[in-house]
Design a protein around this ligand. Sequence first.
Ligand SMILES: Cc1cc2nc3c(=O)[nH]c(=O)nc-3n(C[C@H](O)[C@H](O)[C@H](O)COP(=O)(O)OP(=O)(O)OC[C@H]3O[C@@H](n4cnc5c(N)ncnc54)[C@H](O)[C@@H]3O)c2cc1C
Length: 212
Amino acid sequence: MNYTPTDRTTPSRYAKQRMHYDEATVHAILDEALFCTVSYAVDNVPFSIPTAFVRKGHTLYIHGSVGSHFLREIEKGIPVCISVMLTDALVVAKSAFHHSVNYRSVIIFSKAEKIEDYEQKALFFKELTDKIVPGSWDYLRPMLPKEVQKTTLLAFDIHESSAKMRSGMPIDDEEDQALPIWSGLIPLSNARLAPIPDDLSREIPLPGHLVR
Ligand SMILES: Cc1cc2nc3c(=O)[nH]c(=O)nc-3n(C[C@H](O)[C@H](O)[C@H](O)COP(=O)(O)OP(=O)(O)OC[C@H]3O[C@@H](n4cnc5c(N)ncnc54)[C@H](O)[C@@H]3O)c2cc1C
């Protein structure tokens, strides 16, 4: 299925080569990224807040303290713009002008819907926890009802969204291609490295889901 491009999700540059509106591309980027940035305006003052998220179907969920200024503003249903990016490589060209980045990004225009249903909130916490630390939910001390109640959960429809991707080598000007200047890619990684125990966990064996 494709999300339908709108005026807001059509860029002025590389509209054909780099843009994608199919749900498989948009969802794959959202599912790989752990964090998004939510932007909104209050009284003409722009705010932009990074936060964790989960996608399920055509909905993106974020959460936070019921006391959060950010969530209390956007739960009113004001327009928000959510962006997500994954960086794959620095693109090093023979000239500064043609340096670039290989990336996959998504931009979504939406409005929040506040989720009050206890079961839906509890399910979200499981999905978020297992996304950030896969396999951890069943290992942890179960979540308490008061912890669910202290947390706001907001849902955003993602139908008005676009994905943009750059891949491949630098594109140098023809007249520069014979220059003895190194060009190519510097790959970037977001790999998870070996876990580090805190002082309370030195004698506790590393659980299987963290070994993996
Ligand atoms: C890590 C990273 C680094 C970048 N560095 C630069 C840089 O240094 N300079 C630069 O000019 N550009 C950079 N870009 C690309 C930048 O995000 C814009 O795509 C670009 O500036 C072109 O904007 P535009 O005027 O065509 O888009 P606009 O016409 O302003 O955008 C209109 C709509 O197009 C869609 N759109 C535009 N860009 C994206 C995107 N990246 N992802 C998903 N949807 C998008 C959105 O729906 C947006 O509302 C970078 C992107 C990433 C992810």
